[in-house]
Write a new protein. Structure first.
Length: 170
């Protein structure tokens, strides 16, 4: 039976391999967005969304067709964010959603900060799209598909890839 959770769920209860149905708010960000977030933090400027307790989905949705909420929205390779991730975790990020392996530095930062890495099924952009009930532009619109977006999702199927103790199924 999958665990029903949202971004406020106590992620320290999750274990590698747990099946999740996630409902709530996630923010999309890929490497270009991560770079800008880290630069913003370094300058001490306000962030485009609160990192504390938030969930970031590593995705760059395809263009939205008329009458749709969002285009296809599959996960991107998480390792591309690894240079920036420890900084985001140190500033309160709790949930990362993507696909693929993570570096040892990211895993150690997850342990230090009590964060988890959830896996979305690669190649399932249409399924994931069907779980998105709202999409709002947040920042960095000049990045096109890599702009930051706030998504509201309902019963998004995920798997705990790495838990906050560093145990991994990858």
């Amino acid at each position: 039976m999958p665990i029903i959770m949202d971004e406020k769920y106590d992620v320290t209860k999750l274990r590698a391999g747990d099946e999740i149905l996630f409902s709530g708010t996630v923010y999309t960000a890929r490497d270009a967005g991560h770079k800008r977030i880290v630069e913003t933090l370094a300058k001490g400027e306000p962030l485009p969304f609160p990192l504390q307790g938030s969930a970031i989905y590593y995705a760059g949705p395809t263009p939205t067709k008329k009458g749709e909420i969002i285009g296809s929205c599959g996960p991107t390779t998480s390792a591309r964010m690894d240079d920036y991730t420890p900084t985001l975790l140190d500033n309160g990020l709790k949930i990362m959603i993507g696909k693929g392996n993570r570096s040892s530095a990211v895993i150690q930062s997850m342990i230090n900060n009590g964060a988890v890495y959830l896996i979305a099924v690669g190649g399932a952009g249409a399924l994931i799209k069907s779980k998105i009930t709202a999409c709002e532009d947040v920042a960095y619109l000049d990045l096109g598909c890599e702009a930051l977006r706030k998504l509201t999702v309902k019963d998004l199927p995920l798997l705990v890839g790495i838990d906050c103790k560093g145990k991994s199924i990858l």
